[in-house]
Write a protein that binds this ligand. Structure first.
Ligand SMILES: [Zn+2]
Length: 214
C-alpha cells in the first residue's frame, strides 16, 4: 500500500472536506478511487470505522469483484457493491463518492422538483432518484449502475443518500456539494412557502456555453 499513499492522502482530504460539511457522517458515507497504476484495483474506505479519525492504514485495496488485496484487519464498507458495480460498468468513472446529505435526502423523499435556481443547479441539470435497496446486496449496485447507464454520474437513493461518480475524486466531491447546496436552497424555499425565481432559458444556455469553454 506504500505506493498508494499519495492517493490515500487525496481520499483523506476529500473525506475531511465532506465530513466538515456534514455530508459524510461518523458511520455514513464512503469513498473509492481506482489505483493510479491499475484501473482494475480500487482503494476504498473501510466499514464500521469512525470516519472522523480515519487513518491511511485503514484503507483497503480491492479488485473489481471485491476481493481484498492487502493485508488488513479491516473489512470493506458494506456499501462496496455500489462502488464496484459502477466502476466495473463505467470505465470512464475513476472515483465514486457516497454521502448521506440531509437536504438531498429530503429532496429524494419529497420529490421537490430540482429547479435551475443557480448556475450550480443548471450544471447538475436533472437529479435522478432510485428506490432504496438493501445495503450490501448486488441489487444495490445494479440499481445505481442502471441509473448511471446513459452517461449519468449521480443519483439520489431514496430513504438513504447520494452517489456521485466522476473522472476524479475532486470532480465527484464538487458535484456532491453542488447537489447538496442546491437541494438545501430548494428545501428552504419550500419550507418558507416561497416559489424561487428561476434562471431563464437564455441564462441556462449561457451557463452551458461558458462551461463548455472551460
Ligand atoms: Zn449509505
Amino acid at each position: 500500500m506504500e505506493q498508494y499513499l499519495p492517493t490515500i492522502k487525496d481520499l483523506l482530504d476529500i473525506k475531511d472536506e465532506l465530513y466538515a460539511k456534514g455530508l459524510i457522517t461518523p458511520f455514513g458515507g464512503n469513498i473509492s478511487v481506482r489505483c493510479p497504476d491499475d484501473p482494475k484495483k480500487v482503494l476504498i474506505t473501510p466499514g464500521s470505522v469512525y470516519k472522523k479519525n480515519l487513518r491511511p492504514d485503514q484503507f483497503l485495496c480491492v479488485d473489481l469483484e471485491g476481493n481484498i488485496l492487502n493485508e488488513s484487519k479491516y473489512k470493506t464498507t458494506s456499501e462496496t457493491p455500489i462502488h464496484l458495480t459502477i466502476l466495473r460498468d463505467r470505465p470512464d468513472i475513476n472515483a465514486v463518492i457516497h454521502t448521506h446529505p440531509v437536504y438531498t435526502t429530503i429532496v429524494g423523499l419529497t420529490e421537490i422538483e430540482f429547479l435551475p435556481i443557480t448556475s450550480d443547479a443548471v450544471i447538475v441539470g436533472k437529479l435522478p432518484i432510485v428506490e432504496w435497496t438493501r445495503t450490501g446486496t448486488a441489487e444495490s449496485g445494479q440499481t445505481l449502475s442502471q441509473a448511471f447507464s446513459k452517461g449519468g454520474l449521480f443519483a439520489v437513493i431514496r430513504n438513504h443518500g447520494l452517489v456521485v461518480g466522476g473522472p476524479t475524486l475532486h470532480f465527484a466531491s464538487g458535484i456532491t456539494s453542488m447537489i447538496e447546496d442546491t437541494c438545501k436552497e430548494l428545501v428552504i424555499c419550500k419550507s418558507m412557502g416561497i416559489t424561487p425565481k428561476l434562471l431563464s432559458k437564455e441564462d441556462i444556455d449561457y451557463i452551458h456555453m461558458r462551461r463548455g469553454q472551460v
